[in-house]
Design a protein around this ligand. Structure first.
Ligand code: IMP
Ligand code: MG
Length: 186
């Protein structure tokens, strides 16, 4: 698995040091509010766990399973919600947590869905990575761990064809690894 990584972008210690900073900001901004943190599965799983344990505020946690990639390295353009029921967020301040902001479709769709409930107090977002690309959706994230170039990354929750999520760091796959696994798609 490690042999498939061509370049490490962020080591675990770098990620965790940045999480200390973001969590401190969130803790300051949300003190005294009724927060529901909503993690977007599966990509945010590791990020969510490490972030949450750094926020010493009373809060609720929920998750939403959303997919836009369906296995490849390019967004398919459709965002599908894999469950029918949204968490009950009436009167609550929602903080959406996702692994990466790419085209912005996922975050825009999830934000719209919560806003449409009409009963939420506020909806903000926190992403670990922000790809520096022109956005198809006019969406920004309120909290960002790192801004990265337009490369396909894996590790620390991010996957390629379902693999690599358990790497403790974030890296770029080799062309060979992408070609080898991509070939099994066809
Ligand atoms: P968006 O809807 O295009 O912004 O895509 C966001 C979702 O696509 C994220 O939640 C990720 O699951 C996935 N994604 C985007 N870029 C990458 C990447 O470089 N590696 C792995 N997953 C990615
Ligand atoms: Mg995802």
């Amino acid at each position: 698995m490690i042999a498939d990584i061509g370049k490490v972008l962020f080591h675990e210690s770098t990620i965790l040091a940045r999480l200390d900073e973001i969590a401190a900001e969130i803790t300051k901004d949300y003190r005294g509010r009724e927060i529901t943190v909503v993690g977007i599965l599966n990509g945010s799983c590791l990020f969510l766990g490490d972030l949450l344990r750094r926020i010493p505020l009373p809060l609720k946690v929920d998750c939403l399973a959303v997919a836009s990639y369906h296995g490849g390295t390019k967004s398919t353009g459709t965002v599908s919600f894999r469950q029918h029921e949204l968490p009950d967020v009436a009167g609550r301040h929602v903080l959406i947590v996702d692994d990466i902001l790419d085209t912005g479709r996922t975050l825009a769709a999830v934000k719209r869905t919560f806003m449409a409930t009409g009963s939420v107090e506020s909806v903000h977002s926190c992403v670990l990575l922000d790809k520096n690309v022109p956005r198809e959706e006019d969406v920004i994230s309120d909290y960002v761990g790192f801004t990265i170039p337009n490369e396909f990354v894996v590790g620390y929750g991010l996957d390629y064809m379902g693999h690599y999520r358990n790497l403790p760091f974030i890296g770029v796959l080799t062309e060979e690894a992408i070609a080898r696994q991509g070939a099994s798609l066809h």
